[in-house]
Design a protein around this ligand. Sequence first.
Ligand SMILES: Cc1cc2nc3c(=O)[nH]c(=O)nc-3n(C[C@H](O)[C@H](O)[C@H](O)COP(=O)(O)OP(=O)(O)OC[C@H]3O[C@@H](n4cnc5c(N)ncnc54)[C@H](O)[C@@H]3O)c2cc1C
Length: 191
Amino acid sequence: MYEIAIVGGGPAGASAAIFTAKAGVRTLLVDNGRSVTRRAWIKNHYGLPEITGPELVDRGKQQAAALGADVVTADVRDIRRDGEGFVLETDAGTFTARRVILATGPSTDLAERIGVHLVPGREPRIRMVAAVDPDGRTNIEGIWACGTVAGVSVHTIVTSGDGARVAINVLSEMNGARYVDHDVLPRDAAT
Ligand SMILES: Cc1cc2nc3c(=O)[nH]c(=O)nc-3n(C[C@H](O)[C@H](O)[C@H](O)COP(=O)(O)OP(=O)(O)OC[C@H]3O[C@@H](n4cnc5c(N)ncnc54)[C@H](O)[C@@H]3O)c2cc1C
């Protein structure tokens, strides 16, 4: 059983997986490869003067995998509670996880199917989004949401930031204390 399963491997989901995998938490990142970001040519992402959408999405998944996440290409058809956690039904088999983070982009199909409450979106062309509390929790205990599907601004720096923010909130709940992930430069390298 995974500790955390993240559905959606765009900027939000992959960013969340980078934090949870780097924290040593057994992480599944499952994505069906239809990210809207693949159509983007990004020139406004802090620290990245210019990058194509496909490059950003592929890099995010590679970074999560390099940190220990299992990255699976599959379509999640259903999520149902099972004892301590959840069973994820996909077109590539079933997976189990204690917690789930939804990062499905503009698509609320899965969220609606599993009973996550939806509210009207406020971003252009985003009709409905998952109702979340300030930390990213949905109405279903153990299921969180981040990025576009959670109603944030439709920009990669914001959705990837929200993925990280919600992952940190999940890790903090697991640890019972606020989680911080800092790596420090050796003194002589700091300028
Ligand atoms: C044409 C275009 C140009 C853009 N240009 C810019 C720009 O210049 N700068 C900028 O900052 N932003 C730009 N954006 C916006 C940016 O791509 C999005 O705002 C944002 O980053 C989306 O991130 P996300 O992770 O929330 O969603 P997505 O990137 O859409 O990722 C969600 C992922 O979840 C997957 N998924 C959904 N449901 C399931 C399921 N049931 N099972 C498995 N996987 C599932 C999807 O296939 C997708 O891969 C642009 C968008 C478009 C469409």
